[in-house]
Design a protein around this ligand. Structure first.
Ligand code: ADP
Ligand code: MG
Length: 578
């Protein structure tokens, strides 16, 4: 028996138990290694005309034996010699694949996509296996060797048999000890789902013998009462879909295919409202495929909702939901980001440098904004549906950023216009404003119908000014954090756009009355001094004051809030949990 080089016992233990948060990634690591081995042989074949590779040789096989508790990953790749087994699997943190990638960096181009780099992935097998046997035959060699280890003391290498070049990695799983995940690893369904989750876009077929049933052929003399008989059989199926849809050119993919991909990968039954992508090249190259869902997930506004985009590196899933890639106000966006340039941390579960993520996130945010604007301008009906689903989040974004996100988000908002009796943007409100109007007026309450009946709304409308009728709970909070709004389009020029105050018609003095009306009100107040004093006394602490108003059209009286908080906001705040 040979000893691992380096402080291997400790290191291996550390590796196995603390690098990975998720045990099931062992399969991802072994499939990645198999893919690298096939890739290396494929690369060789590109430069060596004598190497003819059959289709079968480029496939990766996964199989299991429930009784023997083994899971096997096989490839017909480049294989390893006795020395290579010793060097590659006997030295922790030695990556031949990384060396290969470096050596061939220039020649590789698009044709090769080596995944390995840290020289630790293989050992993740020991998270689930009590022993690992690797049988390998290097390409061009006629001897096979078997490497075997229990992951504690060391390993052995001895002569073995293998038909053809390639490698079998055979794991004998640990005893269950009541842990159900081991049953998953020893089941067709479990392995299939792990392949699909982590290795769906590995560029070579990952195949499994899958059990199926079929109808037996109908006997020729079958009569009308013949009941069909079934038999089970197994068939080699390719489990992964290989070519990532986001890497295919847009003109080659049908809308149908995009929708199918969205629905299966993001578990939605409805088609997305919008599909769009980013292709970035440069120091940080990446592809992104993004979707705006057609409906809001039921848990969107709950604490359990997790935003994020799937993050892939070299076609292998790194994170299912990378939160850093999406701002909160676009938490509804689904999709994937794929980059070969990410500096991954050793577990390949996260990144070392968040600056890379930040750069991608910034671009994603910009792209979503421009896509929403396009939708708003070109497909209003669909945009209204979108806003119904997700608009609240945009408003919340403005409010929770204390208005900082106003410039980006305010022009995306829609409100019900009392005058035009339809949804309008703030820019449309401004565009329709009559000469002399100094503020944007809104009223907040439970329903459009009730708001439309408010005396003060009628008064403002009577002046020829429009009033936005706000029924979402965040509307008023959003407006309060914005304070003012100026036309977005005007901001593109040299001058800052003229800002208009956002005014709740129900709070404070709107200053709508003409000099004459004011005078009249003053007189009325004087004449009825006694009445107001009596009313005030009768209402006691319930009110701070009783005054004459010039805001009423045909109603005899109305209640207004004294402070900066409107009655509606007070109502919402009272409902909030402490
Ligand atoms: P990495 O993949 O990051 O290099 P691993 O620990 O996963 O690190 O693997 C270590 C090395 O073992 C690889 O670089 C590769 O040279 C070799 N290796 C692992 N699996 C195989 C395989 N199936 N076929 C050929 N070589 C392999
Ligand atoms: Mg590896």
């Amino acid at each position: 028996m040979r000893k691992f080089k380096t402080e291997s016992k400790k290191l291996l233990d550390l590796m196995i138990n603390s690098i990975y948060t998720n045990r099931e990634i062992f399969l991802r690591e072994l499939i990645s290694n198999a893919s690298d081995a096939v890739d290396k042989l494929y690369f060789k074949s590109l430069t060596d005309k004598d190497i003819q590779l059959g289709k079968d040789e480029l496939a990766i096989r996964v199989s299991f034996d429930k009784d023997a508790r083994t899971v096997t990953v096989s490839d017909s790749g480049i294989g390893m010699t006795k020395d290579e087994l010793d060097r590659n699997l006997g030295t922790i943190a030695h990556s031949d694949s990384l060396a290969f990638k470096m050596d061939n960096a220039e020649a590789q181009g698009e044709d090769v996509d080596i995944i390995g780099q840290f020289g630790v992935g293989f050992y993740s097998a020991f998270m689930v296996a009590k022993s690992v046997r690797v049988v390998s035959r290097a390409y061009g060699s006629d001897e096979a060797w078997a490497w075997e280890s229990d992951g504690v003391e060391g390993y052995t290498v001895e002569a073995a048999e293998r038909d053809g070049h390639g490698t079998d990695v055979i794991l004998t799983l640990k005893d269950n000890a009541g842990d159900e995940s081991y049953d998953t690893f020893l089941s067709e369904f479990g392995l299939k789902s792990l392949i699909k989750r982590y290795s769906n876009y590995v560029r070579y077929p990952v195949q499994m013998e899958v059990s199926k049933t079929r109808e037996k052929p109908r006997p020729e003399d079958a009569d009308d009462d013949y009941a069909p008989e079934y038999e089970s059989y197994t068939e080699l199926d390719t489990i992964n879909s290989m070519i990532p849809i986001w890497k295919r050119s847009k003109s080659e993919v049908t809308e149908e295919e995009y929708h199918e991909f969205y629905k299966t990968d993001f578990h939605d039954f409805a088609d997305p409202a919008r599909t769009f992508g980013i292709h970035a090249e440069g120091a940080l190259s990446y592809d992104a495929l993004l979707f705006i869902p057609g409906r809001a997930p039921y848990d969107l506004y709950s604490k359990d909702f997790k935003k994020g985009l799937a993050l892939y590196s070299s076609n292998v899933l790194i994170m299912e939901k990378c939160e850093e890639l999406l701002p909160d106000h676009y938490n509804f966006v689904r999709g994937v980001v794929d980059s070969q340039d990410l500096t991954l941390n050793i577990s390949r579960e996260t990144l070392q440098h968040n600056s890379q993520l930040r750069a991608i996130a910034k671009k994603v945010e910009k792209k979503v904004t421009s896509e929403l604007k396009k939708m708003r301008d070109n497909d209003r009906e669909e945009y209204e549906r979108f806003f119904e689903n997700f608009g609240r989040g945009l408003e919340y974004g403005i409010y929770s950023s204390y208005g900082m996100l106003k410039d980006e988000l305010a022009e995306l908002l829609l409100f019900y216009s009392a005058k035009q009796e339809k949804l309008v943007t703030l820019d449309e409100y401004l565009a329709a404003m009559p000469e002399g109007q100094k503020a944007i007026y809104y009223a907040a309450g439970e329903s459009i119908e009730r708001l439309a009946k408010m005396p003060i709304v009628k008064t403002v409308l009577a002046k020829g000014y429009d009033v936005l009728l706000c029924t979402r709970d965040v509307d008023e909070f959003c407006f309060q954090s914005m304070m003012t709004y100026g036309a977005a389009a005007a901001g593109d020029g040299e001058d800052a756009p003229e800002q208009f105050e956002l005014k709740n018609v129900a709070s404070g003095d709107l200053d709508l009355a003409s000099e004459e009306e004011k005078k009249e009100a003053e007189e009325t107040a004087k004449e009825n001094e006694g009445l107001f004093a009596a009313l005030k006394e009768a209402l006691g602490d319930a009110v701070t004051d009783v005054t004459v108003s010039s805001r009423l059209t045909d109603a005899p009286a109305c209640i207004t809030a004294a402070g900066p908080i409107s009655l509606e906001m007070e109502r919402i705040m009272a409902q909030m949990p402490d």
